[in-house]
Design a protein. Structure first.
Length: 229
């Protein structure tokens, strides 16, 4: 009997001790939270951008100039050009800046003839004849004179015959050389007329070809000639 119990005890395994297992750790779903917060952040940024753009467009529309159709008027400027109206107030554009041209006769002397009612300017260095109305530079290289005749007494070989304006009158300008010597240069301008009187303004030089500077001086004197009465 004892043998049998011992055999039975050997066949029955000993009870296994049950070790309690720890519950699985709770793992937070980090990926889900990342996309959640990213979506919220992007929504806030998008909202702020929309507010900023909307505000900018609103302010820009308020400050945008109102286009106005200007009339086609033109303003004549001192230099002969013209400008039109422009801008939101349709104001005339500024005229071009005109640089005054220096007057080469500003320092010249003025001769006035009260008997015949005319005046002219001549270089300060010129010498006026005491016997007649004529002027010459100190070297006496040429003479400018005024004579009272009705026609041009042009005793010279004509080189040119043109019309010019002197004191508002269109007159002839004859350029030539003396017939006999064929060396002197002669220029006569006229006849100018005022109150029944006639005037001839002449240039004469002993040189066959006048100095261009002397001719410029003569032309400048012509430009200052005017009737005073």
């Amino acid at each position: 009997m004892g043998v049998i119990l011992e055999a039975v005890e050997k066949q029955i395994p000993p009870p296994v001790e049950q070790v309690p297992q720890a519950p699985p750790p709770i793992v937070e779903n980090s990926n889900r939270n990342f996309w959640k917060y990213l979506g919220i952040g992007l929504s806030i940024v998008s909202f702020c951008i929309a507010i900023a753009v909307g505000g900018y467009l609103y302010v820009a529309s308020k400050n945008a100039p109102v286009k106005t159709a200007c009339t086609m008027e033109a303003k004549l400027c001192p230099d002969g050009t013209s400008v039109g109206r422009t801008g939101p107030k349709c104001e005339f554009s500024p005229c071009p800046t005109v640089t005054p041209t220096p007057d080469p006769t500003a320092s010249w002397k003025t001769y006035t003839n009260t008997t015949y009612g005319f005046s002219l300017k001549y270089p300060a260095a010129f010498i006026k004849s005491a016997m007649e109305e004529s002027w010459s530079p100190p070297d006496q290289s040429f003479t400018i004179a005024i004579s009272y005749v009705k026609t041009l007494p042009f005793y010279a070989k004509t080189l040119s015959d043109d019309n010019i304006t002197v004191s508002g009158q269109i007159v002839r300008k004859l350029v030539g050389q003396e017939i006999i010597s064929d060396t002197g240069t002669v220029i006569q301008v006229g006849p100018l007329q005022s109150r029944g009187n006639y005037f001839i303004i002449s240039y004469s030089s002993g040189a066959k070809k006048a100095d261009p500077k002397d001719i410029d001086t003569f032309n400048q004197i012509l430009s200052t000639f005017k009737f005073t009465q």
